[in-house]
Design a protein around this ligand. Sequence first.
Ligand code: ACO
Length: 276
Amino acid sequence: TAEGVPGGKNVTVEFEDGIAWVRLNRPEKRNAMSLELAIEMNEVMDALELDDRCGVFVLTGEGDAFSAGMDLKGFFRETDGMTDLHRKRAYRENRDWQWRRLMMYGKPTIAMVNGWCFGGAFTPLICCDLAISSDDATYGLSEVNWGIIPGGVVPKAVQTLVNDRQALYYMMTGETFKGQKAKELGLVNESVPADKLMERTREVAKVLLEKNPLVLRNTKLSYRYIQEMNWEQAGEYLMAKGDQTTFMDPEKGRHEGIKQFLEDKTYKPGLGAYSR
Ligand code: ACO
């Protein structure tokens, strides 16, 4: 794992020109998510949010799995035996990284689904801003197969992207599906052949790296926050957030963007970003 970053056991980080490749690293357990992994991921996410080497956060898995979901042993068996307070804390560690932090993360996030993706793994998948799948990846809402309802916030997350008919079909049958179907369902932006997965993810990450980082962050945060507002509130909030963005922007992007278009005539905002 990269120097100066926590983790290295259940989670590894590799930096490459502004991209942080963050890998769930329990390939022998198909990257099942244990409590130990959650604690480590929270530390890693904390560190990368303030680390300039991370311009885009890519979440993926080591080996042939993205993640086989919650660890039936290292999360459920373990937390089953805990007192109420310890159990609540364990669930909090898990929730923190899987949706609270990911959904509102200070850096753009891309889920790169390289293989098995089951149950609880849908939460971090959906809470990343973008997602790119391998055609080979296998998805399943398999909870019903082993006698539990989809828990955590899996159905809540699924509801934000997938329509009710499809969501209930896959939750009630536990049937698996592949990358192209995940695209059709709206779970991922695209699905590409396995040997093109990293290349395509890198390409998308590079587009994000060219944009003004504060504007990119506030674009994503405001989109998330307005989801639960009415139209009036959303309009007011977005005006305030826009003013805040302009006020806080160290590179004064709004001014520069208008100037380079209207006076310098060096670019067309409809077709690409201003020069930073
Ligand atoms: N929790 C705990 N251990 C797991 C999990 C998991 N979710 N997934 C895999 N493992 C372990 C296996 O027990 C096995 O351990 P062992 O080597 O000590 O016996 C090891 O990982 C390898 O797993 P295999 O089943 O041998 O791997 P295979 O490649 O044949 O199959 C598959 C992969 C299909 C992902 C299979 O492991 C599986 O069905 N896993 C469970 C998927 C699932 O339903 N997850 C729970 C979703 S519900 C939720 O997350 C709330």
